[in-house]
Design a protein around this ligand. Structure first.
Ligand code: ZN
Length: 86
């Protein structure tokens, strides 16, 4: 049986299976929300649900992780408003 790999949420540092996390990918110095969890590049994970995403937007932990790279904050906000957020 294949075990699902675990990843750590960059906001709360909790380990969860990939299916329970949003994935973000760094590509050419920009950060993208990886909707299908299939993009190449280094991945970062945040818990699904409002809590960690909102916290991350607030304290900018994602920005800290990605240092000075561009992150699409609008896309994060869209995530909060629409799909996938419980
Ligand atoms: Zn979390």
């Amino acid at each position: 049986m294949m075990q699902e790999p675990e990843r750590t949420c960059i906001t709360c540092r909790t380990k969860k299976s990939k299916s329970e996390l949003f994935r973000f990918v760094e590509l050419n110095g920009k950060v993208f929300y990886d909707r299908k969890k299939r993009m190449n590049g280094r991945g970062y994970y945040i818990c699904q649900g409002r809590g960690c995403l909102e916290k991350c937007l607030k304290d900018r932990s994602l920005k800290r992780v990605f240092k000075n790279r561009t992150i699409d904050i609008d896309e994060l906000k869209e995530l909060l408003t629409f799909g996938g957020v419980v």
